[in-house]
Each structure stands twice: as structure tokens, then as C-alpha cells.
Ligand binder design. Structure first.
Ligand SMILES: Nc1ncnc2c1ncn2[C@@H]1O[C@H](COP(=O)(O)OP(=O)(O)O)[C@@H](O)[C@H]1O
Ligand SMILES: [Mg+2]
Length: 303
């Protein structure tokens, strides 16, 4: 369905034709200990091109540890980590980036007062003219940033606008567009919707889907099963450092996923404990499935 006239991206991705059956990134029985704290153990994960792989889990489950291994920030201490089928061990995030693995962190490394275009090219500026009179090619950078953002469906009125004036969701989107432009094959997003409201989360989810349509393998970290289920092709749930569930979309329903996340039995015992505290009406408490539902904005339904 996708046409061949999608511009520059196609060229970037054509250099490395995605082999449908080979994962871009794979963990086999991988684990990580910090001293004698075992944060991650026996984890299997496969990330394919053209797919969104969701990694879910409560706080402390090991999500960040997992992506730090893949993004080159930490090294695994057990098992195997493969990129394009080759075992690897990265010493720095730069090595991961060189393999096309880009990470967008929740607290984005942007310079708030710098214009959007400047942030887009930060650290990889375009220049023109021969040495020693080489200078920044500002016009080209502005034009390219604008084009690339539009390519992802992000239309900004003014490329000179300081990035700090964009909403959190828009900033996440700029970071995603940037990773796509610089040739990422694997895009890791660490809780990109955690600090966002419903509407902005929707915008970010849209660009996660757009990145997948461009052929990337996306690793989407979240603790919100609803967000995961809206865009996910595969779901891996971590609990206390081990993979509790690994299922494709056809194998798991949103209800099941939500239950895994909320920890159905734990919730029941919590309810029982609360029932012994005066003043808490347990009948009014939500069911397991409702607990992690996105919080509705307060503007509606106030009649
Ligand atoms: N640098 C570290 N040193 C020691 N323990 C750590 C470190 N980073 C994480 N941990 C521990 O590893 C476990 C998993 O943490 P983390 O990967 O951050 O989980 P998540 O991102 O799912 O909240 C936690 O028990 C945490 O305390
Ligand atoms: Mg984390």
C-alpha cells in the first residue's frame, strides 16, 4: 500500500532491508545484576521491524534495566543480547546508535530556549562551504526539520519557536521524528505517555504507529495496558525482574493484559486489607481492570 514517493526516509531504510523473520534485536535468557541485586533475570525478547513491542510492568519491575541494556547504557550480566542475529555487548550508547538503536528518554535532552530546528539537529548540524569557512546551513536545517516533521504529520507554524514552548507530547513527537530522520531501525521509548494527559498521549501513540509504518521496530515501555493495547503488536510483562507474560496481540485481550498488570490476586488481598480499615468503602473501589484506566480529564461531565 505504501507508495514509493515517501521521500528521504525510504532511502535511509533501504540500505538495511528488514528481514521479516529475523529480529532486529533479541534477548535470550538475558539478565542483569547490580552488585548482588538481581534486577533482571532470564528475559527473552524479540523486536521485529514493522512492529511495536510493548514492555509493561509495575515500578521496579526491571523495564528501565532492560532498555538500558539494549540502548548501550548497561551491560547484561547473564544470557545473550543479539543485534541482527549477532551477539553484541555495547560499552556506550554511541555503539547502539551506530547499529541504528535510538532511545527517547522520558526527560528529553532538549535545550528549552533553542528553536525547534536547532534541537532537531543538535549534535549533528548541517554545514555548508569548504573548510575553513564552513558554517551552519541554517536555511537547510530549518527546511529539513519542517519537512521531516510534516512527514510524520507534525505541523508547526514556526521552526524558530523555542522547543520549550511545545507541549510535552509535541516534544516527544519531535524526538521520534528526529530518530526516524537519523536512520533509526529500532526506536526505544521509555514511558513516553507517563506524564501526559489523555489527548497528548493519543498524539504520541499516533506517532508510535507512524514510526512502525516507516518500518521501525519500536520498543514501547509503559505501565498503561490501555496505551499499550492501542498500538502494540506484542506484549511482554515484567514482574520483579522476570518475564511474566509474552504474547502477541492475537493471544491476549486487553482485559487479560490489564489483569496481568494490576496483579489480580494482589489486588484482591489489598481490597481485603482495606476492608478492615474504617472509612474505606471497598464496594466503591474499582475492579482490577479499572485501576490502570487512563484518568479522564475533569472538564467533562460536570453538570
Ligand atoms: N543502578 C542501580 N543499582 C542498584 N539497583 C538498581 C539500579 N537500577 C535499578 N535497580 C534496581 O533494579 C530493579 C529494577 O529497576 P528498574 O529497571 O528501574 O525498574 P522499572 O524501570 O521497571 O521501574 C529495582 O529493584 C531497582 O531498585
Ligand atoms: Mg523505569
Amino acid at each position: 500500500m505504501t507508495s514509493n514517493e515517501t521521500g528521504t526516509h525510504g532511502a535511509v531504510l533501504e540500505d538495511t532491508p528488514p528481514e521479516k523473520d529475523r529480529p532486529l534485536v533479541e534477548l535470550r535468557g538475558a539478565g542483569k545484576s547490580y552488585g548482588n541485586i538481581r534486577a533482571l533475570h532470564g528475559v527473552d525478547l524479540k523486536v521485529f521491524p514493522n512492529q511495536v513491542t510493548c514492555v509493561l510492568g509495575d515500578n521496579g519491575a526491571g523495564k528501565s534495566t532492560l532498555i538500558k541494556i539494549v540502548s548501550g547504557l548497561h551491560q547484561h550480566t547473564e544470557g545473550e543480547f543479539l543485534v541482527d542475529g549477532e551477539p553484541v555487548r555495547f560499552s556506550t550508547p554511541r555503539e547502539a546508535l551506530d547499529k541504528g538503536i535510538a532511545t527517547v528518554y522520558q526527560d528529553l535532552a532538549v535545550v528549552p530556549l533553542m528553536p525547534v530546528w536547532r534541537n532537531f539537529f543538535l549534535g549533528s548540524e548541517m554545514t555548508k562551504g569548504p573548510w575553513p569557512v564552513r558554517r551552519l546551513d541554517i536555511e537547510k536545517m530549518k527546511k529539513t526539520a519542517d519537512e521531516e516533521l510534516r512527514n510524520m504529520g507534525i505541523v508547526l507554524d514556526d521552526m524558530e519557536q523555542p522547543i520549550g514552548t511545545l507541549s510535552g507530547g509535541q516534544r516527544q513527537c519531535v524526538a521520534i521524528a528526529r530518530a526516524v530522520y537519523f536512520g533509526a531501525r529500532v526506536l526505544i521509548l521509555d514511558e513516553p505517555t507517563a506524564a501526559l494527559g489523555v489527548k497528548q498521549s493519543g498524539v504520541v501513540l499516533k506517532y508510535i504507529a507512524a514510526a512502525r509504518e516507516k518500518g521501525l521496530g519500536v520498543i514501547f515501555i509503559t505501565h498503561n495496558p490501555h496505551h499499550a493495547y492501542m498500538v502494540g503488536d506484542h506484549f511482554s510483562v515484567l514482574r520483579l525482574g522476570t518475564m511474566e507474560l509474552s504474547a502477541s496481540r492475537s493471544e491476549v485481550s486487553l482485559e487479560e493484559l490489564t489483569n496481568h498488570m494490576a496483579g489480580g490476586t494482589e489486588l484482591a488481598s489489598l481490597k481485603h486489607e482495606l476492608s478492615q480499615v474504617r472509612g474505606v468503602d471497598v464496594e466503591e473501589l474499582p475492579e482490577a481492570g479499572d485501576l490502570t484506566a487512563p484518568v479522564a480529564t475533569s472538564s467533562e461531565g460536570k453538570s
